[in-house]
Write a protein that binds this ligand. Sequence first.
Ligand SMILES: [Zn+2]
Length: 168
Amino acid sequence: MEHIFAPWRSKWVEAVKKPEEKECALCQNIASGSDEEALVVARGDHVVVMLNLYPYVSGHLMIVPKSHVPIFDDLGEAEKLELWSFTERSINVLGNVYEPDGMNMGANLGQAGGAGIPSHLHIHVMPRYGGDTGFITSIGELRVISEDLQTTRLKIANAFENLNSQHS
Ligand SMILES: [Zn+2]
């Protein structure tokens, strides 16, 4: 058996696997009976898509596995597949709804990676527009929100339904 020496890995996995927060906001949204309140736009078997409560732009989505785990390694194969499939669908939906110039997709892993909730893995997808880079990122906390979250939620939830009906 070949051993690969990767000391950085165990170090960061330990850093990510911190003791649980008392209340995980993502788990609360997943368990919520109200998609309006939880800002949920789509639900799969293993994955839930929701709006970020503190978006950087309108349409900032989070694709969240129902399992409260910090890293991809902890997900089962079906969960990984659905996570990817909903990430793709989220990109399609944002393209249809907002027709942005580009998008960002990614995950912040661990506290040092910038994760707001490091113990619960989630993928961010957000639309980007020509001219919004640099300026906004340099200002840091300034956010550009042009519509309220419930309006966004409804638009995107409908777009997910349309996408599903196209596939069935
Ligand atoms: Zn959680």
